[in-house]
Design a protein around this ligand. Structure first.
Ligand SMILES: Nc1ncnc2c1ncn2[C@@H]1O[C@H](COP(=O)(O)OP(=O)(O)O)[C@@H](O)[C@H]1O
Ligand SMILES: Cc1ncc(COP(=O)(O)OP(=O)(O)O)c(N)n1
Length: 276
């Protein structure tokens, strides 16, 4: 059996809703073999981030070498990288092992406001990682930080996507979750030529912890299976919509999304089709 393999280079979320835990659950649900290189351990739950413990560069390098020397990922994603030293070593290893199909989720701040990327590291992300990216998936505040511009209108989003594309990322998905002014949630995909709008109904819920990680992991899983970027982002949008709609209701704060939901729905549709 040939199995597609994906690697996440990201932080650990003890609460299981974001970070490598969200990524590995998403890979598994999309039938992709998941691997991880942990950059930092966070003490975190649905109420917020209580602690951040970056791993040593040696520990991160060794994980990447262990994977690079043996297992060949078909796609790779980066999440929480925390500082510029980590960004540099991750970029170096991605090049050394010729890992392609790279999805860069430029994680900067958790929903509760905790710093997951030091401010001084944004320039390193731009210099070292974006030129290697097949897809970069910023939310609106992250796109503002990367481009040093404020984003309020759709034209602002298009302009920001163009700037990030010019920094070297072949595709840009500017996610629209943070714009609560409309009933729809609109993500913008840019490939250097045209803009594609991907739209879904906004779900009214507080359980959105880990939406960005889950979405970018779904894109990565689909790329690992050989899908194109437009196909992968389309499936990822359906995956995250199901995960938000079918809420688990876990925890007293911002609960995790439901990583089972997308496959449960597909199984339900298959059962229905078999009955007819
Ligand atoms: N309330 C919501 N209802 C439906 N989709 C959402 C909602 N919030 C976020 N999304 C989707 O989840 C994904 C992550 O979006 P976003 O919240 O912008 O990123 P992040 O989690 O990185 O802050 C995007 O595809 C976005 O459209
Ligand atoms: C370890 C870790 N990595 C990333 C995040 C941020 O995840 P995100 O999907 O952007 O979701 P929110 O935290 O914003 O809900 C994280 N919290 N922890």
């Amino acid at each position: 059996m040939m199995i597609s393999k994906a690697l996440t280079i990201a932080g650990s979320d003890s609460g299981g809703g974001a970070g490598i835990q969200a990524d590995l659950k998403t890979f598994q649900e999309l039938s992709v073999y998941g691997m991880s290189a942990i950059t930092a351990v966070t003490a975190q739950n649905t109420l917020g981030v209580q602690g951040v413990y970056p791993l040593t560069l040696e520990a991160i390098t060794q994980q990447l070498d262990s994977i690079g020397l043996d297992l060949k990922p078909n796609a790779v994603k980066t999440g929480m990288l925390f500082n510029s030293d980590i960004i540099r070593i991750v970029a170096k290893k991605i090049q050394q092992y010729s890992w392609s199909n790279l999805v860069v989720d430029p994680v900067m701040v958790a929903k509760g406001g905790s710093t997951l990327l030091q401010q001084e590291a944004v320039q390193s992300l731009i210099n070292h990682l974006l030129p290697l990216a097949l897809v970069t998936t910023p939310n609106i505040p992250e796109a503002e930080m990367i481009t040093n511009r404020s984003i309020t209108t759709i034209d602002d989003r298009k302009e920001a996507a163009k700037i990030i594309h010019a920094m070297g990322s072949k595709y840009v998905v500017l996610k629209g979750g943070h714009d609560t002014s409309t009933k729809a949630v609109v993500d913008l995909l840019y490939d250097g030529h045209e803009f594609i709008f991907m739209e879904n109904q906004r779900v009214q819920t507080r359980h959105t912890h880990g939406t960005g990680c889950t979405y970018s992991a779904a894109v990565t899983a689909e790329l690992a299976k050989g899908k194109t970027v437009p196909e992968a982002t389309h499936i990822a949008k359906a995956f995250i919509q199901a995960a938000i709609e079918d809420e688990l209701g876990i925890g007293a704060g911002h609960g995790p999304t439901n990583h089972f939901a997308y496959q449960s729905r597909l199984r339900g549709m298959n059962l229905e089709a078999n009955r007819q």
